[in-house]
Design a protein around this ligand. Structure first.
Ligand code: 1QQ
Length: 399
């Protein structure tokens, strides 16, 4: 481990910037060196369609924070590394952000599968991690320095099942399919299976497995159809799940389809096209959330992307926001400019776990002592495709 240098020059410049800031006239001053926050996100590979949207959300937050005075005058700067949805690359990204970029915190990685390998590195180095999209069981418990803005599947996924059951009250036989080489998918299918059988008292007639790299789902689709299930709940990433949905429908499946977090992404639409129609998903974010920060985020996202923000962008925005607001709270009591980066990291972790409340695009949230998000609002939505199967949207359902 490289020994951290003191950040004396940083400190001196921050002090002068701090004075200017007191004018409270909006944008942060730029004379101080910025405070670096790492973003270790999958921008290529199997999770790129999630990661690219996360980068968009995080960058909107970076600009929004800096336009609104930064950290009491100091700018924040995202240092972005591609994890490629791969454990080894996630570890390399974390090490580089910790040791070379000397970030105060890391937002990432995209997949739980990556997090279980990369997060222990940050925890050992005492660098706070804010997981933006890791929903598997056990993520905050990886270590003292790990927290997440992505609510666990146990809190989110049941909302999709309930919506599907409400729309199809006669469902009796149910089935699941999941990617057995992915930590999130294994965790989520356990939630689906437990809610379906224990809570909803339905009969589980088939459990099918696949790999996130699979493209041919003929055997799984055939088995699911032969099982006579009235509902299939799918836990996988995007292309695999989309192809399974398409092949299931193409082979004649007429029942309900519930998608997990991996299907919660408009990039699914080009994969299953018209056959995506009707999929139920649960959401941890609604673009209609009525608070000032969500409006600012939604308007900025819409102006830039010409569409409504997804859950993944909303969670990434929130991750940057909570780190910035926690840093600001620390700085207001004791200047960050007088601290080493190691001290800032530890103070930041303590502040995030202090019960501090944040008004975010996800609603009002805080973190418990283990780093688990405390969030109260979740949603269910259903995919509605245009007749030609080219465009689609998630239509939010009332509870
Ligand atoms: C996880 C997930 C994925 C669907 C994120 C893209 O929830 O890996 O935990």
């Amino acid at each position: 481990m490289i020994k951290q240098r003191s950040i004396a020059s940083h400190v001196a410049m921050l002090v002068s910037a701090g004075t200017l800031l007191l004018s409270a006239c909006g944008g942060a001053t730029s004379s101080a060196p910025p405070i670096s926050i790492g973003l270790a996100i999958a921008q290529t590979g199997s999770a790129a369609s999630f990661g690219q949207d996360q980068v968009i959300g995080a960058k909107i937050a970076e600009k929004w924070i800096n336009d609104n005075g930064g950290i009491n005058g100091a700018l924040i700067k995202l240092v972005i590394k591609d994890t490629a949805g791969d454990e080894t690359k996630a570890v390399t990204a974390f090490q580089s952000l910790i040791n070379e970029s000397k970030v105060v915190a890391i937002i990432g990685p995209t997949l739980s599968q990556e997090a279980f390998v990369a997060d222990p590195i940050a925890d050992k180095a005492k660098v706070p991690v804010m997981a933006p999209s890791n929903t598997a069981k056990g993520i905050p418990q990886i270590g003292t320095y790990i927290q997440r803005v992505s609510a666990p599947g146990s809190a989110v996924a049941p909302n999709a099942l309930k919506a599907a059951l409400k729309a199809n009250p006669n469902i009796k036989k149910v089935a699941v399919a999941y990617a057995q080489n992915d930590a999130f998918s294994k965790s989520e299918t356990a939630v689906f299976q437990s809610v379906l059988t224990s809570d909803l008292q339905l009969e589980l007639v088939a459990v099918q497995t696949f790999q996130t790299t699979d493209t041919d789902f003929t055997s799984q689709a055939t088995n699911l159809i032969n099982s006579k299930a009235d509902l299939v709940a799918i836990s996988g990433l995007l292309t695999d799940s989309g192809n399974l949905v398409k092949q299931l429908r193409d082979l004649g499946y007429k029942g309900a389809i519930v998608g997990g977090n991996g299907l919660n992404n408009p990039n699914l639409f080009p994969v299953c096209q018209a056959q995506c129609d009707g999929i139920f998903v649960a959401q941890a974010y609604s673009a209609d959330t009525d608070n000032a920060v969500n409006k600012a985020f939604r308007d900025a996202y819409n102006a830039e992307q010409k569409k409504t923000p997804s859950q993944f962008a909303g969670q990434a925005f929130t991750a940057v926001q909570v780190i910035a607001e926690a840093l600001k709270a620390i700085d207001s009591k004791s200047k960050l400019s007088g601290m080493t980066v190691e001290q800032i990291r530890t103070e930041l972790n303590n502040m995030l776990k202090s019960g501090m409340k944040f008004s975010t695009p996800l609603g009002e949230i805080s973190f418990d002592k283990e780093g688990e998000i405390m969030q109260t609002q979740f949603y269910a939505a259903q995919v509605k495709m245009d007749a030609d199967g080219k465009n689609g949207k998630f239509v939010f359902l009332t509870k």
